[in-house]
Structures are given as structure tokens and as C-alpha cells.
Write a protein that binds this ligand. Structure first.
Ligand code: RP5
Length: 171
């Protein structure tokens, strides 16, 4: 098995439905990754070891998701020189505590905090980072952006041809 470049970690497997959005992006781009459950509160030593060893194992970026009192992303960032992307996991019975836990990091410990449940963009941001040193991946990413662009033009064409009422009814 190839060495994973991205570590997707989460506080509980109950986060997997959200965090799988990052894994799906990495699958689409053919990037090797690993998915782990590591809890800042329930397995703090394992979290420290994972973060401390991540760079040496060949990981380039860590995507960390947690809900509630989400300490996993920030504490992982404290223990690794790698870029860490936080995904605050938001449930209907949560307030915005996971977002606030990640977004207010102290100066000196950067953590790229994405919107609540923003795992897809976390995967894309990891692709952007890897693309800096991987020309083949950069070409794939350019194609992805071009496809996004083209699909908006196509939608706009249909909307203007058919009128907004028919367009809305067709959705
Ligand atoms: C957090 O508590 C986890 O990241 C999860 O979002 C939340 C609930 O965890 P479980 O009780 O479902 O394991 O640490």
C-alpha cells in the first residue's frame, strides 16, 4: 500500500458521515490518505503520538474533525509542524462550540478552520497544498476548477433560455 499523504482524523466514528466528505474528494483525485479515530479527550496520548509522528511517516497535511468541545484539531496542530485543517462537526443538538473551539487559536499555532461540516472543502484545500509540489495533481486541480466554471455557464445558459419559472420547476 502506498504511503498516505493526508491524515483524516476525527474524535469519534460518529463524525465519519461528515468527514467522509474529505475522503471522497481525495478518492476523486487519487491521493493516498488514511482515516483514523483519535480522541483528544479519550485518547490524549495517542493523539499526541499521532501528531508528533505524522511528518516522519510522510503525511503532508492533517484534516481533523470533531464536534462539541472540539480540542482535537487545535491540539493536533500544537504537536505537529504540518498544516492542520479543522472541520468543526455541527449537529442539530449542538450550538457552535466546535467552531469556536477551533477558530480562536492563540497566535503562533495556526489552524485552518473551515465552516461547520466543511469536509469537502477540507479535502480540496489539502489538494491545493499538495499541488504546490505535484505538477500532475495541479493539472487535475485546474481541470476540476475548469469543470466547475463550465457547469455554471451551462446552468446560466439553460436558465436564460428557459426562463426562471421553468428552470425552478425543473430542479
Ligand atoms: C466529539 O464528541 C466527537 O468528535 C463527536 O463529534 C462528539 C460525540 O462523540 P460520540 O459520543 O459520538 O463518540 O469528541
Amino acid at each position: 500500500m502506498a504511503t498516505p499523504l493526508i491524515g483524516i482524523i476525527m474524535g469519534s466514528d460518529s463524525d465519519l458521515d461528515i468527514m467522509s466528505g474529505a475522503a471522497a474528494v481525495l478518492d476523486d483525485f487519487g491521493v493516498e490518505y488514511e482515516v483514523r479515530v483519535i480522541s483528544a479527550h479519550r485518547t490524549p496520548e495517542e493523539m499526541m503520538t499521532y501528531a508528533a509522528e505524522a511528518k516522519g511517516r510522510g503525511l503532508k497535511v492533517i484534516i481533523a474533525g470533531a464536534g462539541g468541545s472540539a480540542h482535537l484539531p487545535g491540539m493536533t496542530a500544537s504537536h505537529t509542524p504540518l498544516p492542520v485543517i479543522a472541520v468543526p462537526v455541527k449537529r442539530d443538538n449542538h450550538d457552535h462550540e466546535a467552531l469556536w473551539s477551533s477558530i480562536k487559536m492563540p497566535p503562533g499555532i495556526p489552524l485552518a478552520t473551515l465552516p461547520e461540516n466543511g469536509a469537502k472543502n477540507a479535502g480540496l484545500m489539502a489538494i491545493e497544498i499538495l499541488s504546490l509540489l505535484d505538477e500532475q495533481l495541479a493539472v487535475k486541480y485546474d481541470q476540476y476548477k475548469q469543470n466547475l466554471h463550465d457547469s455554471v455557464l451551462e446552468t446560466d445558459k439553460k436558465l436564460t433560455e428557459n426562463g426562471w419559472k421553468a428552470h425552478l420547476a425543473s430542479k
